[in-house]
Design a protein around this ligand. Structure first.
Ligand SMILES: Nc1ncnc2c1ncn2[C@@H]1O[C@H](COP(=O)(O)OP(=O)(O)OP(=O)(O)O)[C@@H](O)[C@H]1O
Ligand SMILES: [Mg+2]
Length: 306
């Protein structure tokens, strides 16, 4: 990216984040599959420490965008810069270094079904480090507590968990390497509203306590209202709009109007007045994170809300 022209400021943000604040910059992204054009010209900046929600109709290319950003999909055109590196120009070592700095929760969960939860969390540790088993077990058990799962969940296989527990286990694995950047694709899909609200609160807590930047693909209007700082709307192969929810409510586009001002959007806006509350266990986990893991007991967050 060294010789690339400076990215234009985002069209809908007059102040514009300074270069240091931008952890993901997508410029002119193009993706097609055969004759199907998914992305014509996608531009997006994600700022350090924000929770950015990405929405758009089914099939508009949200997951393909996420896969492009993390280097799993080679785009047909455009530039993608993550944490200051152009993902297209990296040799294997540099790509691995970059991968170590982010965590991913895929849309389908994608835990290894033949591994226990603890082994799933240890998988990225094994990929990047040579650690003795005891230390890896300790890290796994710390991450399990961090996401509010009981310690016993570590010994279970994904098939032995509820959907909500699987999401949390996936999050624990995404957090295994203490990432700066977290990619979540539909993390609350399939959760009951209370489980989803608890999951949202957990993500917000992680951002607030460890300063994560979160790229969050979702259909869940409640999530957008509860935790997203800005929302990016993908449609017609471009980013239709990036802004806060009040800005989006003012935005005159049929899909955006229908999405935010339809019955579900109005309901989400109404319940936003009732903030999802962090549980005592969540607060304990947050304090433990702030204290660098000190005092985190294995049963912090033992109640299962998924
Ligand atoms: N590897 C692939 N090969 C061919 N087509 C693909 C591939 N990956 C994605 N697509 C197509 O690209 C389009 C966008 O897919 P994507 O999964 O990004 O949608 P999405 O916005 O995440 O949808 P949803 O909200 O349903 O998850 C879809 O039409 C999909 O069929
Ligand atoms: Mg998707």
């Amino acid at each position: 990216m060294a010789d690339a022209p400076p990215a234009p400021p985002p069209a809908d943000d007059k102040a514009g984040p300074s270069a240091d604040d931008v952890v993901i910059r997508v410029t002119g992204l193009k993706n097609s599959f055969g004759a199907q054009v998914v992305h014509k010209d996608v531009n997006l900046e994600v700022r350090r420490g924000e929770i950015l929600g990405v929405v758009g109709g089914s099939g508009t290319g949200k997951s393909v965008l996420m896969r492009s950003i993390i280097g799993l999909q080679t785009p047909d055109g455009g530039d993608i810069e993550v944490l200051g590196e152009n993902v297209a120009n990296l040799d294997d070592d540099a790509a691995k270094d970059l991968r170590r700095r982010w965590g991913v929760l895929f849309q389908n969960g994608a835990l290894f079904s033949s591994l226990t939860v603890a082994e799933n969390i240890e998988a990225p540790l094994r990929e990047f480090f040579t650690l003795d088993q005891m230390l890896m077990d300790e890290i796994a058990s710390y991450k399990i507590a961090m996401v509010g799962l009981p310690d016993i969940a570590g010994m279970k296989f994904p098939s032995e968990l509820s959907g909500g527990m699987r999401k949390r286990a996936g999050l624990a694995r995404a957090l295994a390497l203490d990432p700066e950047l977290l990619f979540l694709d539909e993390p609350t899909a399939g959760l009951d509203p209370i489980g989803a609200a608890a999951f949202d609160e957990l993500i917000k807590l992680m951002r607030d306590t460890v300063g994560l930047t979160v790229f969050l693909v979702t259909h869940d209007l409640d999530t957008l209202y509860a935790i997203c700082d800005r929302v990016a709307v993908l449609g017609d192969g471009v980013m239709l709009k990036v802004g806060t929810i009040p800005e989006l409510l003012e935005f005159d586009h049929p899909w955006v109007r229908e999405y935010f001002s339809g019955p579900r959007g109005r309901a989400a806006a109404a319940t936003d007045a009732i903030e999802p509350k962090a549980t005592d266990a969540d607060r304990d986990a947050a304090r433990a994170i702030e204290a660098g893991g000190e005092g985190l007991t294995a049963d912090a967050g033992v109640e299962e809300r998924g």
